[in-house]
Design a protein around this ligand. Structure first.
Ligand SMILES: [Zn+2]
Length: 274
């Protein structure tokens, strides 16, 4: 099964909002998944996590999480590096309690270092993080995201290689790939090549449980500027939906359009009609 997730609580969630109310509203809209946006900070209430888990179970909602943006696993500053590791660990631990299946993480900035060296630094930090897996997040996946700027670590190959090494799966964001390459990765052929490479690294079965992002995106020579509604962008999103359908991709595709539920439903409908 493939589910389209809204990126955070729907705009139409009644006051006072919050994840539990957001889940209920998404369900009313016939959206079957949500990515919980812990991009500024990770909550600390265990009780609250239990509430989210129970609500999601009762409503049959698939949950993923987006970890804080303030992460750089390539930081030369020991304090910043350990704070980054700590933030990721907290997101994974709380995600486990909330019943989420995968946590998306922006891994690192390149800081002008050669790709091999950055990879090695991210790999070493990942080792540290995964030492805590059995104890704190046995069932949650650490999903490194493909990033939208060349100054960021996170080409498709980088996140696939790293994921393979640690038996993880990444968050592939074709919109970021489109922005990073200043306009490529926007055709059926290129998305098929993307999935071919994914399969080559992680195996055929891996495409039956993906954690992806998609949206329209504004970009330039320096890559990503900001996300856009599907219909205000150059994304050939209907073709992308057809590729998902043809290849029988399963798992979760998070719609990261600023229109939230509106574009999530647009993608869902196009998928059903394809
Ligand atoms: Zn992201």
């Amino acid at each position: 099964m493939l589910r389209f997730a809204v990126a955070g609580c729907p705009h139409s969630t009644p006051a006072p909002g919050g994840t539990v109310e957001g889940l209920k509203r998404a369900k009313e809209l016939k959206i079957g998944a949500m990515e919980i946006e812990w991009v500024q900070n990770v909550p600390s209430s265990v009780e609250r996590m239990m509430e989210i888990r129970e609500t999601a179970e009762v409503l049959d909602m698939t949950l993923t999480v987006h970890a804080p943006y303030f992460v750089n696993l390539n930081s030369p500053d020991e304090v910043k590096l350990s704070a980054s590791i700590h933030r990721i660990l907290r997101a994974l631990t709380m995600a486990e309690l909330a019943g989420a299946r995968s946590v998306c993480v922006h891994p690192a900035f390149n800081m002008g270092k050669p790709p091999k060296e950055v990879y090695e630094n991210v790999r070493r930090a990942t080792e540290k993080i995964l030492k805590q897996k059995a104890k704190f997040f046995p069932s949650v996946n650490l999903a490194y995201e493909t990033m939208g700027k060349p100054t960021q670590f996170g080409t498709l190959e980088e996140v696939l290689k790293l994921s393979k090494e640690f038996d993880l799966y990444p968050t592939v964001d074709p919109a970021h790939m489109h922005a990073r390459t200043n306009g490529l990765i926007n055709t059926t052929k290129e998305w098929n090549e993307m999935f071919d490479l994914y399969e080559k690294y992680l195996g055929k079965k891996s495409l039956k449980n993906v954690h992806m992002h998609f949206s329209g995106i504004a970009y330039g020579p320096k890559g990503e500027k900001h996300h856009l509604p599907l219909r205000e962008s150059d994304a050939r999103w209907k073709d992308f939906i057809s590729v998902l359908k043809q290849r029988k991709i399963e798992g979760t595709v998070v719609c990261e359009s600023p229109l939230l539920e509106k574009d999530t439903l647009l993608m869902k409908k196009a998928f059903e009609d394809a």
